[in-house]
Design a protein around this ligand. Structure first.
Ligand SMILES: *[C@@H]1O[C@H](CO)[C@@H](O)[C@H](O)[C@H]1NC(C)=O
Ligand SMILES: *[C@@H]1O[C@H](CO)[C@@H](O)[C@H](O)[C@H]1NC(C)=O
Length: 217
């Protein structure tokens, strides 16, 4: 089972570079309120052209709702599980038994995303990055200007986050005049990678988005 997990992790790591087939995918976030029930989301997906869905967590209701649709499902491990998943094979086995085995193959789970890191697991992140560095694979990042707006909900910030006309933000170090949050965030990660000796690691923005009704109720 640990081997299976490793296999999943590698798929995720290599996808940004090796994925040459074209497809439509969708991210189904659960980090919000007023979300439609999983069954409605599943029905929407079934009636659309989407062949892949990325769940942020491993909500059993959401996974079950996608059973027998053949839609490729990526589930996510929580930040608190990630250190145990990578260091403890018996934990990894239990995680698979709980989150994958009961639903697969009726629900077509194809990958587990461990990409949503927080600073508390910096060592692990460094490990992943040196793997990216050594193998020439891209580092996938999730970029959400919305969270910057949420912590500073002013109209100027909203315009800056939504690529609307605004007065710009000059970075005090680079002197670049940023006119949107997305560019500033991507450059922020780039700057950090460069600083820790990883100039050669390519970045891919794997996720971005804005919540339905986010900010303009
Ligand atoms: C990144 O890879 C280069 C080339 O293989 C190597 O010289 C460098 O030490 C690596 N940097 C880190 C931080 O692992
Ligand atoms: C930054 O760009 C904005 C939008 O083009 C512009 O209004 C603003 O004057 C610029 N700021 C500086 C300091 O150049």
């Amino acid at each position: 089972m640990a081997v299976l997990l490793l296999f999943f992790l590698l798929i995720f790591t290599f996808t940004p570079l090796s994925q040459s087939q074209s497809f439509l995918g969708v991210y189904d976030g659960q980090f919000a309120d007023n979300l439609p029930p999983p069954e409605s989301t599943a029905n929407l997906l079934k009636s659309s052209a989407f062949q892949k869905v990325h769940l942020f967590g491993s909500d059993p209701a959401a996974i079950k709702a996608l059973a027998n649709t053949n839609i490729a499902i990526t589930i996510g491990a929580s930040n608190s599980d990630i250190p145990h998943l990578t260091s403890d094979p018996s934990f990894a086995e239990k995680w698979i038994d709980t989150n994958v085995a009961p639903f697969h193959p009726a629900s077509n789970i194809v990958a587990i995303n461990v990409g949503s890191f927080d600073p508390a697991i910096e060592d692990l992140l460094r490990g992943v990055l040196s793997f990216n560095n050594a193998t020439g694979s891209a580092f996938a990042i999730n970029q959400y200007p919305y969270f910057a707006y949420r912590s500073d909900p002013r109209p100027e910030t909203l315009a800056f986050c939504l690529f609307r006309p605004n007065s710009g933000q000059v970075d005090s170090v680079s002197k670049i005049n940023y006119t949107n949050m997305f560019d500033a965030q991507v450059d922020g990660v780039r700057w950090t990678l460069d600083r820790i000796g990883l100039k050669g690691v390519e970045m891919v923005v794997a996720e971005t988005g804005w919540p339905y009704r986010g900010g303009e109720e």
